[in-house]
Design a protein around this ligand. Structure first.
Ligand SMILES: *[C@@H]1O[C@H](CO)[C@@H](O)[C@H](O)[C@H]1NC(C)=O
Ligand SMILES: *[C@@H]1O[C@H](CO)[C@@H](O)[C@H](O)[C@H]1NC(C)=O
Ligand SMILES: *[C@@H]1O[C@H](CO)[C@@H](O)[C@H](O)[C@H]1NC(C)=O
Length: 433
């Protein structure tokens, strides 16, 4: 089965890195196969619920005490093993107190996610919070989070959705603290330091998690062809794992692009390379093996100072939500309210990706436990919550500089800040506490 390519976008989020900005290729030939998530399903502007945006002076309410859990949650990561509450199953309910920051109070919002500044007309999408079945997930408490993180170090590893979550975290913290320094160690490695808390947030650009290189700017889908070294965690981040207490890993969107797959340095197959003498192992295989390699780098195996000793979280696939057309055409995301529970299901590649991520996390976690390692491995299963939030994407309301081979009409992949993605950090705090 071949796939169409949708992707996240630039890999150089920060001005100091602008010189090395790479082009991505977005045009998809008419021969592209279209997966359902990128197809026209229905062009509906469903406005079941409209919550008006609060008055600007009410935008930053004082933080309220977390709601008391209706049922105590013993479980750390959710996921269904044992009792307690599975924070990943639930529904979106109104949150009139949101948002907890704005484009004016948070300075780090990347232009791609800055929907307020770029005039998203209906800001009702910020007034929702995720409520798990059987318990409450309190909104992010920045004081509590920073207290927990004193002297600690947290890293986000992955593609632009990881950057999206990192920006959300830093924005949620602005009510208490802003980073005292921000250092661009390279175009792929950024460090934010909170001096008062001796807390470090790092972001690594590693869209494939493993070592990769572009070998063709065009290729059968006109989105480039990449060599992926599926058993070699990308040293951009893997060389640093010993420095971190917490690592949030995520990847999937780049795997739609054609790729040549290597293991032990040898070509073992490809994804959509259309070469008669190379086996198509599919993008599922590529994502599975890259995820496995990344989790191996976080397993704490081996001796010496280079090994990981903390908590690793694997965040599951992020759904892209185009309706009324394709991602590179008329497709858009114009809903103004979340879907209700059960109205939208995870399907196609995204369902497969999520399943394989859960499988890889579970076998890696078991291997870690069996080895007696102190490393913790947790699945951050955000997919189901996000499939319901087609209203919370930037669409055309974000900064965007068109590039050659790079046409994106509407962004229905990333998430506006503030917005639904802030829930990922509500979940993060819950899982780490
Ligand atoms: C924030 O967005 C508003 C529009 O909603 C705009 O007027 C303002 O200039 C923006 N602030 C910044 C710092 O971009
Ligand atoms: C800051 O935290 C690091 C561990 O992340 C520790 O090694 C270092 O000693 C701490 N520095 C201060 C000044 O507390
Ligand atoms: C596949 O065939 C082409 C020529 O048709 C050749 O250049 C290439 O090296 C072959 N690749 C492999 C992996 O055998």
């Amino acid at each position: 089965m071949r796939s169409l390519l949708h992707t996240t976008n630039d890999n150089n989020p920060h001005p100091p890195a602008a010189g090395s900005r790479k082009q991505q290729h977005w045009h998809c030939s008419s021969r592209c196969f279209v997966v359902s998530l990128l197809l026209v399903l229905v062009a509906l502007v469903a406005s079941d619920v409209y919550l008006s945006f609060p008055n600007r002076r009410n935008l930053l309410p004082l933080f309220r005490q977390p709601l008391l859990s209706r049922r105590p949650s013993k479980q750390r990561g959710g996921g269904g093993e044992g009792g307690g509450c599975d924070i990943f199953r639930g529904e979106w309910v109104p949150d009139p107190d949101a948002p907890y920051y704005t484009n004016d109070t948070c300075k780090v919002i990347h232009e791609h996610y800055d929907c307020m500044r770029y005039g998203k007309p209906d800001l009702g999408f910020v007034n929702w919070r995720w409520r798990p079945d059987g318990c409450d997930l309190p909104r992010f408490n920045p004081w509590r989070f920073l207290h927990m993180m004193r002297g600690k170090s947290l890293a986000f590893v992955g593609d632009s959705l990881g950057r999206n979550q990192k920006d959300s975290l830093i924005c949620l913290l602005t009510r208490v603290a802003e980073p005292t320094t921000t250092t661009w160690l390279s175009s792929k490695h950024t460090v934010y330091y909170y001096g008062d808390y001796n807390f470090t947030v790092s972001h690594f650009w590693a869209p494939y998690l493993v070592r990769h290189e572009q070998i063709d700017e065009d290729g059968p889908a006109h989105t480039g062809v990449w060599n992926l070294y599926l058993d070699e965690p990308d040293d951009v981040w893997a060389a640093h794992v010993a420095e971190f207490d917490y690592v949030v890993v995520s990847a999937s969107s780049w795997f739609y692009r054609p790729s040549m797959l290597y293991e032990a340095g040898r070509l073992v197959g490809c994804h959509y390379c259309k070469l008669p003498n190379v086996t198509d192992l599919t993008l599922r295989y590529a994502l599975r093996m890259a995820t496995r390699a990344a989790l191996r780098a976080l397993s704490g195996a081996g001796d010496g100072s280079g090994r990981f000793r903390g908590t690793a979280l694997l965040r599951t696939v992020d759904p892209s939500q185009y309706e009324g057309g394709e991602w590179n055409g008329d497709g858009n995301c114009v809903r103004t309210a979340p879907y209700r529970r059960g109205q939208k299901r995870v399907e196609g590649f995204e369902r497969d990706f999520r399943a394989l991520q859960a499988e890889e996390l579970s076998s890696a976690a078991k291997a870690v436990t069996d080895s007696g390692s102190k490393v913790r491995m947790l699945l951050m299963d955000t997919t189901e919550a996000m499939i319901l939030r087609a209203d919370a994407h930037p669409s055309k309301y974000r900064g965007w500089t068109p590039e050659k081979h790079f046409t994106l009409h509407n962004d229905c992949v990333h998430w506006c800040l503030p917005g639904a993605i802030d829930t990922w950090n509500d979940m993060l705090l819950h899982m780490l506490k």
